[in-house]
Each structure stands twice: as structure tokens, then as C-alpha cells.
Design a protein around this ligand. Structure first.
Ligand code: NAP
Length: 247
């Protein structure tokens, strides 16, 4: 299916590997011009080569608002404008209430909430002016159901989700959609770090297997597509059926 977004321009943060990379790759395969960032020159350059389609590699740290907004500015300059913004960052450290300090919440908020908000402030106004835009955030299944021992992630992503839901209603009339995807378990370095590479995680997934960044990326590309123009304000889990709630 042609997603109808060939020629659009996308900034995908935190995309040298994992889920951000998966979304960038899927968008590029649809003919979207993408700019991607990570914190290291060598890995983001290699990722851009693998993505192909003249993907633009940018070194940026999105764990603070200056770095996050700066990435969007650099991506816009490189691509000549922005139509699609994919908000992603690394995950915060694991830990429960007892082993997490008050200061760590501020860092997690900067990484998984404030940085994404800063990217929207930098990128959404031009989408509204143009009358077309897509904002897609990569959050976590923790938004639906908090994950034990990930209190920082559970807390920060709830804040970003509240912001996105509010923003979606304000900009819908301007042709800008705002959605988030909630990954469950996908085979990435983050999951290997949290659970160990030998853990039998697939046993707990109704689908019977762990997703990969491509599975996630293709869903992301659809949410950014022309066909998804009436989809906004949603938070969609991509988890092989792990989440067990009714809604
Ligand atoms: P990953 O495999 O660890 O990849 C993280 C990516 O983010 C890398 O490209 C990394 O590149 C980049 N990055 C990290 N911190 C950054 C920063 N401050 N500024 C710019 N780039 C940064 O992680 P992932 O599994 O793809 O996860 C992506 C997001 O989804 C994370 O927030 C994670 O917690 C969340 N999530 C993932 C899953 C899953 O199943 N994988 C489940 C739930 C939630 P550099 O290190 O080179 O900067």
C-alpha cells in the first residue's frame, strides 16, 4: 500500500538503533526524506547509511530542551522544512521507589517528557501554518499499565502523554495529528539491558514472539501516513497482545 507520504520530510530523534531507527527506516522506505539523531557521530552516520534514501545524520542529545529543540532546527535546515516529527529518546534507568532519588525524576522528566515537548514547540508551528503535520511519540506500554521496577519511566511518560493528548485537540483543525505508540517488548538493546539477552520473554507474549524494530516502525509509518489523517489523540500499544486491559 502506498502510504501517500513520499516527498514529506521527517525528523526522528534517538534513531541510531532500536525503535527510532525502525520508524526512520520505514518512513524512508515510503519515500520520506528523514533526518535522524543520536549522541555519537559514528553510530548515527552508520545508521543513516543503513537507512539510505539520503537520510541525514545529526549528532544531538535530546535529554535537555536545548539539545532537543536544536535537533529539530538542524533537521529542518537540512531538509528544507518539516512535516513529520517522531519524538523518541533512550529509556531512563530501572529502579523502584526505594532505590530512586528525587533528583532522578528531574532527569527522567527532561529525557522522556520535557525534551519531547521542546521538539513540539520547535516543530509544530510550521506544520500548523502549512496545514499538514504528523507528531508521533514513542513512549511505553507503561502508559497503560505501569511496569514494576521502572518508576521513572512510568512517571515521565504519563506526563508526556497528557501533553500530547492536549496538543492533539488544539492542532487537529490545522491538519496536524498527534499520536503515540506504546511499545511492549521489542528486541532492542534497551530490552536486552533490562532483562538480559537470555530471558525467555516471548513466553509472556500472546503473539508468541518478541517484536523487532521493523514491526514497530511499519506501524509508526502508517500512523504518519496520509491514510491516518483522521487518527489523532490516540495512544496505541504495539505489544503482541501483552496488555490485558479492556481499553
Ligand atoms: P535502544 O535500543 O536503547 O535505542 C535507543 C536509541 O536512542 C539509540 O539510537 C541511542 O543512540 C538513542 N539515544 C539514547 N539517548 C539519547 C539522547 N539523550 N539523545 C539522543 N539520542 C539518544 O532503545 P529502544 O528499545 O529503541 O527504545 C526506544 C524508547 O522506547 C526508549 O525510551 C525505551 O525506554 C522505550 N521502550 C522500548 C521498549 C522496547 O520494547 N524496546 C519497550 C518500552 C519502551 P545513542 O546511544 O548513540 O545516543
Amino acid at each position: 500500500m502506498d502510504l501517500g507520504i513520499a516527498g514529506r520530510r521527517a525528523a526522528v530523534s534517538a534513531a541510531s538503533k532500536g525503535l527510532g531507527f525502525g520508524v526512520a527506516q520505514a518512513l524512508a522506505a515510503e519515500g520520506v526524506h528523514v533526518a535522524v539523531c543520536g549522541r555519537r557521530r559514528d553510530t548515527i552516520d552508520a545508521a543513516a547509511v543503513e537507512i539510505g534514501h539520503d537520510a541525514v545524520p545529526i549528532v544531538a542529545d535530546v535529554s535537555n530542551v536545548d539539545g532537543a529543540a536544536g535537533f529539530v532546527r538542524d533537521a529542518r535546515a537540512a531538509l528544507g522544512g518539516l512535516d513529520i516529527l517522531v519524538l523518541n529518546a533512550g529509556g531512563p534507568p530501572a529502579g523502584d521507589f526505594e532505590h530512586t532519588t528525587v533528583e532522578q525524576y528531574v532527569e527522567a522528566f527532561e529525557l522522556n517528557c520535557h525534551g519531547g515537548i521542546a521538539m513540539c514547540y520547535e516543530g509544530v508551528p510550521e506544520m500548523r501554518e502549512r496545514g499538514w503535520g504528523r507528531v508521533l511519540a514513542i513512549t511505553s506500554i507503561a502508559v497503560r499499565q505501569p511496569i514494576p521496577n521502572l518508576i521513572l519511566s512510568n512517571t515521565a511518560r504519563a506526563g508526556l502523554t497528557g501533553f500530547l493528548r492536549t496538543l492533539s485537540r488544539e492542532v487537529a483543525r490545522d491538519g496536524v495529528t498527534v499520536n503515540s505508540l506504546l511499545p511492549g517488548l521489542h528486541a532492542t538493546d534497551r530490552i536486552a539491558t533490562l532483562h538480559g539477552s537470555d530471558a525467555d520473554l516471548a513466553a509472556g507474549v500472546p503473539a508468541g514472539f518478541i517484536g523487532d524494530p521493523g514491526d514497530f516502525g511499519r506501524v509508526g509509518a502508517f500512523v504518519c501516513s496520509e491514510h491516518a489523517r483522521y487518527l489523532t489523540g490516540t495512544a496505541i500499544q504495539v505489544d503482541g497482545g501483552v496488555y490485558g486491559g479492556l481499553l
